[in-house]
Design a protein around this ligand. Structure first.
Ligand code: ADP
Ligand code: ZN
Ligand code: ZN
Length: 803
């Protein structure tokens, strides 16, 4: 059971030398034994009845002591038990990869033969002797009774058994390649063969080169290198290389380009900041302005100054361009914490940081917990991205916010970058909490794509039956294909039809577990719920009247693909969404086809908007720009702007100017207008006014409390009871009463999800302190009264003010 307090234990003499902050321990807790983490070492305590730890589970600490303040901060801020925070931070593979087994010693074997002993000790030793080493739980099962730690300890002290700990290595071995470099003193080279001379020449040009690359220039090099090394002309060595998802090795050591004046100015500011303790920067740089080079230069400078650096990137299905570039530039000293890694690989990468073999880490959200001890720089690329927020289960945190917090705690620099910064971060610049930095120019003065807004209301037909493609977009596609260039069609909705509705009774097909319309997937011949995965055969028909006539309303990417194929039969059409990319390797295949030009038209959801460049795409068609605009969320406008600007930025990244056609039912909406001009400032000015008027963040802070339960009435009752408790707390504390507004309870926008009913309450306040105090009190009292089950609190506040 998670506990929110920390506890003090005594360390027995035998363990003293092994004790260190950051190791896991086995301790007695109430009637059980549980795993804990050493967070602090005290010389004395005035607590009474302190129990002893039973075991130390790690040979090496799993995180440096400097991170404990960070963990405590998170536990406090997100109202989450400290032990669970540490657990959430550590790589998941931990328990899987570290096993402790008990083994009988030689001495144990001999006493077994000729000494008297207690019968249960004998039984235990005989089991270990006959069956070989095993863990305590298996031993307990084999003996059919719980083996106490005290028994094991006394047997160990007697020298009859020993514990061995094994860390299972990651399943995937690092890939190594042979390299050569020139030696300092080349032996007399008078009578060298031409091939040998050529090898020397190439090696001289490159300094170091892989044998594979050398072979491309001198075909016989494979054979020659060995002999030449034996003769003292070359030095052969192995180097770890990294695979990219296309299966090509990324060669380390690519040379950085010369930075532009603008880039230089930004890098200089950040590098100067590295010696001055905490500072947060927001780099606003338009797409194609070369932010990645700025990040790499800043990281290189941090390393030069003896700091470690952490780079956060958005979570995407494949390794992003940014990750590839970093790995190529920094080679061996980088740890990669991508979610595509197996648990074993993740654990390996984690321990490389602990052992200081890696000085730079790059990864998605959870990489914010990387166990660095001397962090000097934290970069958050695409800082506005939603994937930095963990939105389901367990510890809910915002990695961008935590980046600023961690930088502050460690006296480091936080550099947040985006082409479309979050409202929050930009506001922090206005408030002088962050320092603003800019890149206004595109590299090599590439022109921004030209965006045309096309009004869908002008097209023929009712809203439900309008053609999804205007004549204008159709013509543009034809032209583009005629020039043998590529087209991207964007629609942020997958499936064939997302609103299948009965023709007879007019009721949409609904999920039985969620308050949601199901989506028809034609490839699967089934209706699917995108929230819980529930699937129904298409042939079943209407669940209300039994009619088999279902109108396929609501357009999805699967249907767009089918219709575009019919419209342009000579074109090759590909699709990227969650359905086409579930199989491993499928996405790589599509991206490769795109790069090689075998795909002419790509249809995709927001998966196409992030992480990858498509240099040959010159036309982007946004089929319906309004989809995310009507979400019941105060950030809907911000999301829409960011998504549209990002998708539009996919056009014309190569030499040709790109073109974007943006179809919309709301051509005058400021999100659409400003996105079409890529005018961030105008968007911000407008949006911030609306936030101010309605007192939404960043002007206020919100804590959302979600109550979920399987029973409809009980859940509603809980939600109402929570309100009463909250009001009572406010009556008891005048500050809470004055500072905090309670909204709700109301049924959540998704009123039922995965069979659970959902209600929500919002606490709104201008100051963090009282809001936080009330949330904490409310949570404690609610848990005491209603049990921990149904109440799930989601804290959504801005941490920058907290410190
Ligand atoms: P952003 O992330 O800001 O959208 P990128 O980092 O992708 O921009 O840079 C756009 C392109 O410009 C990339 O191909 C990158 O290699 C190139 N680039 C960046 N800086 C320079 C530079 N100083 N000189 C030449 N090319 C550069
Ligand atoms: Zn019906
Ligand atoms: Zn469902």
């Amino acid at each position: 059971m998670p506990v929110s307090k920390t506890f003090t234990y005594e360390v027995p003499e035998a363990f003293r030398a092994l004790t260190a902050v950051g190791k896991r321990v086995m301790v007695p807790f109430r009637v059980r034994q549980v795993t804990g983490y050493i967070l602090d070492l005290l010389d004395t305590t005035d607590q009474e009845g302190v129990k002893s730890i039973l075991d130390i589970l790690d040979d090496q600490p799993l995180f440096p002591p400097s991170m404990i303040r960070f963990f405590r901060w998170i536990a406090d801020y997100y109202l989450y038990p400290i032990g669970e925070v540490v657990k959430a931070a550590l790589p998941g593979g931990l328990n899987m990869t570290q096993v402790t087994r008990l083994r009988i010693t030689e001495q144990g074997r001999s006493v077994l033969v000729d000494s008297p002993m207690k019968s249960h000790d004998r039984q235990l030793l005989e089991t270990l002797s006959n069956r070989g080493p095993m863990g305590r739980s298996r031993l307990s099962r084999t003996l059919d009774k719980e083996v106490p730690y005290t028994t094991l300890r006394s047997l160990e002290r007697a020298g009859w058994i020993m514990r061995e700990r094994k860390v299972q290595p990651g399943r995937v071995r690092p890939k190594k390649e042979r390299y050569v470099r020139a030696v300092a003193d080349i032996p007399y080279a008078g009578s060298l063969s031409q091939a040998r001379r050529k090898v020397l020449g190439v090696v001289d040009d490159f300094g170091e080169i892989s044998v594979r690359a050398l072979k491309a220039q001198v075909p016989s090099a494979g054979r020659l290198v060995k002999k030449m090394a034996a003769d003292g002309f070359l030095d052969v060595f192995e180097r770890q290389v990294y695979r990219d998802p296309f299966g090509e090795a990324i060669e380390p050591g690519s040379n950085p380009p010369i930075l532009t004046e603008e880039q230089n100015r930004v890098v200089t500011t950040v590098v100067e900041g590295l010696d001055r303790g905490f500072q947060a920067y927001l780099l606003h740089g338009i797409t194609g302005s070369g932010k990645t080079e700025v990040y790499m230069a800043a990281v290189a400078a941090a390393l030069d100054k003896g700091h470690e650096a952490l780079v956060l990137v958005p979570e995407i299905a494949l390794i992003s361009q940014t990750e590839r570039l970093f790995r190529a530039r920094f080679g061996d000293c980088i740890a990669l914490l991508h979610s595509g890694l197996s648990e074993g690989e993740r654990f390996d990468q984690w321990m490389r940081i602990v052992r200081k073999e890696a000085k730079v880490a790059i990864g998605a959200r959870s990489a914010i917990f990387s166990p660095f001890a001397h962090l000097g720089l934290i970069i958050v690329d695409e800082e506005h991205d939603d994937s930095y927020k963990s939105a389901s289960g367990g510890l809910r945190y915002h990695a961008r916010d935590l980046a600023v917090v961690r930088a502050k705690l460690e006296g480091a620099v936080a550099l947040l970058g985006s082409a479309t910064p979050s409202m929050q971060s930009h506001y922090n610049v206005q408030e002088n909490k962050f320092q603003g930095l800019h890149l206004w120019k595109r590299i090599e003065d590439q022109v921004l794509p030209e965006v045309r807004v096309v009004d869908l209301r002008q097209t023929e037909g009712s809203r439900r039956t309008k053609p999804f493609m205007t004549q204008e977009l159709k013509d543009a596609i034809s032209e583009t294909l005629g020039r043998r260039e590529q087209v991207l069609l964007f629609l942020n909705r997958r499936g064939f039809a997302n609103c299948p509705t009965c023709s007879c009774c007019g009721v949409p097909v609904r999920c039985k577990n969620c308050d949601i319309t199901m989506t028809l997937h034609r490839e699967a011949n089934a209706f699917r719920c995108h929230y819980c995965g529930y699937t129904r055969a298409q042939t079943v028909g209407c669940q209300v009247c039994g009619s088999s006539k279902i109108k396929l309303l609501g357009l999805g990417t699967e249907r767009v693909e089918a219709e575009v194929k019919a419209m342009f039969p000579q074109a090759e059409v590909g699709r990227i969404d969650r359905d086409t990319t579930v199989r491993k390797g499928a996405l790589v295949k599509i991206l490769k086809a795109l790069r090689e030009g075998t795909i002419d038209i790509l249809v995709g959801t927001q998966m196409v908007a992030k992480g990858h460049h498509y240099p040959k795409i010159t036309l982007v068609g946004i089929l319906c720009a309004d989809l995310s605009l009507n979400f019941p969320d105060f950030r809907a406008g911000e999301r829409t702007f960011q998504l549209l600007a990002q998708v539009a930025g996919r056009a014309g990244r190569g030499r040709q100017q790109g073109r974007v056609i943006l179809q919309t039912f709301n051509p005058e909406h400021f999100c659409i207008v400003t996105a079409s001009h890529q005018d961030y400032t105008a968007f911000y000015e407008n949006e911030i006014g609306y936030r101010r008027d309605l007192q939404y963040p960043p002007y206020s802070r919100l804590v959302q409390i979600v109550v979920t339960g399987r029973d409809r009435d009980q859940t509603a009752r809980y939600a109402r009871r929570l309100k009463e408790i909250c009001c009572a707390l406010q009556r008891e504390n005048k500050t809470y009463e004055k500072e905090i507004q309670l909204l709700g309870p109301v049924a959540a926008p998704l009123a039922r999800l995965k069979k659970r009913y959902r209600w929500q309450l919002l606490l709104k306040g201008l100051k963090v302190g009282p809001l936080h105090g009330l949330s904490r009190a409310l949570k404690a009292r609610a848990e005491r009264e209603m049990g921990k089950g149904g109440v799930n609190m989601i804290v959504d506040v801005d941490p920058v003010d907290m410190m």
